[in-house]
Design a protein around this ligand. Structure first.
Ligand SMILES: Nc1nc2c(c(=O)[nH]1)N[C@H]1C(S)=C(S)[C@@H](COP(=O)(O)O)O[C@H]1N2
Ligand SMILES: [Mo]
Length: 327
């Protein structure tokens, strides 16, 4: 790897880890497995290039040009992003001080890519029309193959040593078996609500008590998979939204929480959406959306709206919403 090629490769790798990282948060079905794998392999790729990059960086620091502070901060954020990523995979820790490992990973990752681009603006490497493309192809293939081998190798290692990282789901999440151990999790800044069993939900204009929803008798075994890095498969019960929604038309189903948190689902998802009152035979506790929450199997945790206040059908397209919640 020449210094130039190393820099160009790193620019690509960091950019692609951000894209695949966002992608990994969006996927909920096996079909997206490759996105999560790619994220891991690209991360290893950054690690693989670090010896070359450290030579370049040391030379740069000796010259002590302006922007050295930025370079050092960038190095720090990259190290935190890589370190938290690796720790998250192993399952040996799940917090970094006041933050969850995943919060630290996302925070440092976003900071790292931002600083990478500022760094690149300060010291552009330029495109290389005369770089022999065959040699570059070989370099890239080599880099990615080595990274993939390391990634697959370490995955095998977790399995052999029966480290907790060995039985992660295709999303990368670690399993929580007992429903009692599931952490009450908010996407950003929602507060746990204490609605009590008297709470009613309005579904396309009709009000239902939690008791009525509980009597629906629909049972689904579904996996709640939080982007925070854990999942749990439980038996959820309540009433299918398909039986509750009275309107036949519409493009989307909008589910709103009393907190204002909301998600928009495709209208055709109704048969797969459950308005749940119980998990593993127990009424949902306050922290987990009691008395009523959405169960959306095949979708990541942030779709599982808690403390549901209303369900409405409208004609806006289902993609008409931020891809990830903003609150
Ligand atoms: N109203 C509301 N519902 C919410 C959230 C939230 O912040 N507000 N967080 C979501 C996220 S990110 C996850 S992973 C699950 C967590 O469910 P739990 O608290 O039962 O573990 O709830 C989802 N439903
Ligand atoms: Mo989550």
């Amino acid at each position: 790897m020449t210094p130039r090629q190393t820099n160009i490769a790193l620019l690509w790798l960091t950019t692609l880890t951000l894209i695949s990282g966002v992608g990994a948060f969006l996927i909920g079905t096996q079909a997206g497995h490759a996105v999560v794998l790619t994220h891991g392999v690209l991360g290893v790729g950054i690690l693989v290039l670090s010896p070359w990059k450290s030579v370049i960086a040391r030379r740069g620091l000796r010259r002590a040009r302006h922007g050295s502070l930025l370079s050092l901060t960038l190095t720090f954020t990259i190290l935190v992003a890589l370190g938290t990523g690796i720790l998250e995979v192993t399952g040996w820790a799940d917090r970094l001080g006041p933050l969850t490992l995943m919060q630290a990973h996302v925070g440092s990752g976003v900071a790292a890519i931002t600083l990478t681009w500022i760094h690149y603006r300060q010291r552009p490497v330029g495109t290389a029309p005369r770089d022999p493309s065959r040699r570059n192809l070989i370099r890239w293939t080599g880099l990615l193959s080595v990274s993939a081998l390391i990634y697959v190798g370490t995955e095998g290692l977790w399995r052999l040593t029966s480290a907790p990282g060995g039985n992660r789901r295709f999303t990368g999440s670690h399993e929580i078996l007992d429903v009692a151990n599931v952490p009450a999790t908010q996407w950003l800044n929602d507060r746990v609500q204490r609605l009590g069993t008297g709470h009613q939900v309005t579904i396309t204009g009709t009000r239902y008590t939690a008791e009525e929803i509980a009597m629906g008798g629909d049972v689904v075994t579904a996996t709640l998979d939080c982007t925070g890095g854990w999942y749990t498969t439980q038996e959820w019960s309540g009433t299918s939204l398909d039986r509750l929604i009275q309107e036949t038309g519409g493009q989307s189903i909008v589910v709103r929480s009393v907190t204002g948190y909301w998600r928009r689902f495709p209208r055709s998802d109704a048969p797969r959406l459950l308005l749940a009152t119980h998990a593993a035979g127990h009424p949902l506790r306050d922290g987990h959306g009691g008395p009523m929450r959405v169960v959306a199997d095949g979708r990541r945790g942030y779709w599982w709206v808690k403390w549901v206040e209303s369900v409405e059908v409208d004609d806006l397209p289902p993609w008409w919403q931020p891809p990830l919640p903003l609150a």
